[in-house]
Design a protein around this ligand. Sequence first.
Ligand code: AMP
Length: 112
Amino acid sequence: MAENCIFCKIIKGEIPSVKVYEDEKMVAFKDVAPAAPVHVLLLPKEHVENIVACPAPLLSHILGKVELIAKETGVAEKGFRLVINTGADGGQTVPHLHIHLIGGKELGWPPC
Ligand code: AMP
């Protein structure tokens, strides 16, 4: 856990969230400012700053839950997008690795 990390505070229960999945290694909760009808963040409970710093088995564990969470949130059939913003140019605003799972409508491309 990192002090002053908003996502660590959510994991500890100090800040409320709407959880859609949780296990011993990760949590998924609804984004507070959704970009689409379904917008969920998947993240490790361990404070890992970004995808580059994330051990491969932990990343693999999180990605292994994508199908389940997509089904739970109702986007598995029509599709969805995963986004991992990394660093300043990548638009990462919270330095605790999180994977955006976005769907529930036809998404535009390119994203920038
Ligand atoms: P990023 O810009 O990729 O770092 O994404 C950070 C995301 O965290 C944004 O989509 C925010 O809307 C979301 N966010 C920030 N604070 C909270 C919160 N308290 N609960 C849920 N989502 C949050």
